[in-house]
Design a protein around this ligand. Structure first.
Ligand code: GRF
Length: 206
């Protein structure tokens, strides 16, 4: 039997990088037919970037302050991704909006993970928003990226309960456990299953 194709992935991150590490761990467990071709961060000392280097992965710091505009910064990232041969882009705590140029360069092969059950609570502090709204169920969403903020067709969602004594921190920690399951699952399904986008809906199956 022919070996499954291994898809090169580019990861963009700005901080801790636990979702990047969850993807890498799934690859190492042979659960994801992918390899991380490059990790790029707009924050030079982001812990996720440091970890990528420790793992021997290609890691590039591209501080956004070095570019005159969002478009110019995004073009640098596009160049670095192309140089690494990345076919998909996974945003893993990348804390900047992508320009239309960037999205056009990779869509629909750009994924993001967000710590809420979208379309509820897009943007910053999703867990704080969930607590403030008094919802009883929270969770995470992996979605394809379009030009909007945390919009784009939903691939996988995983839910967790909100407990009466939850703080932002305890809720975020419960959601993060599910994030680390949802991201590899979403990417694996997109890489190995047929899928199509109909309106806002992503449908798996031929
Ligand atoms: C995660 O909660 C993710 O959903 C959000 O940013 C956070 C990044 O965490 N987009 P990490 O850097 O992957 O640990």
């Amino acid at each position: 039997m022919a070996a499954a194709r291994v898809t090169p992935i580019g990861v963009l991150l700005s901080g801790r990088g636990s979702n990047f590490l969850a993807l890498q761990a799934a690859i190492e467990r042979a659960e994801l037919p992918a390899r991380i071709a490059v990790v790029i961060s707009n924050v030079a000392d982001a812990p996720g970037l440091v970890r990528a280097r420790e793992l021997g992965l290609a890691a590039r710091a591209l501080p956004h302050g070095e570019s005159a505009s969002r478009e110019a910064h995004d073009q640098r990232m596009l160049d670095a991704l192309a140089e690494a041969g990345a076919e998909w882009v996974c945003l893993a705590g990348y804390m900047r909006l992508l320009s239309a140029r960037f999205v056009a360069g990779y869509a629909p092969r750009i994924l993001n993970i967000h710590p809420s059950l979208l379309p509820a609570f897009p943007g910053l502090h999703a867990q704080r928003q969930a607590l403030a709204a008094g919802v009883r169920v929270a969770g995470c969403t992996v979605h394809l990226v379009d030009e909007g903020l945390d919009s784009g067709p939903i691939v996988v969602q995983r839910a967790v309960p909100v407990l009466d004594d939850d703080t932002e921190e305890t809720l975020a920690a419960r959601i993060l456990v599910e994030e680390h399951r949802a991201y590899p699952e979403a990417l694996r399904r997109l890489l190995v299953e047929p899928w199509a986008i109909e309106g806002r809906r992503l449908r798996f199956g031929a």
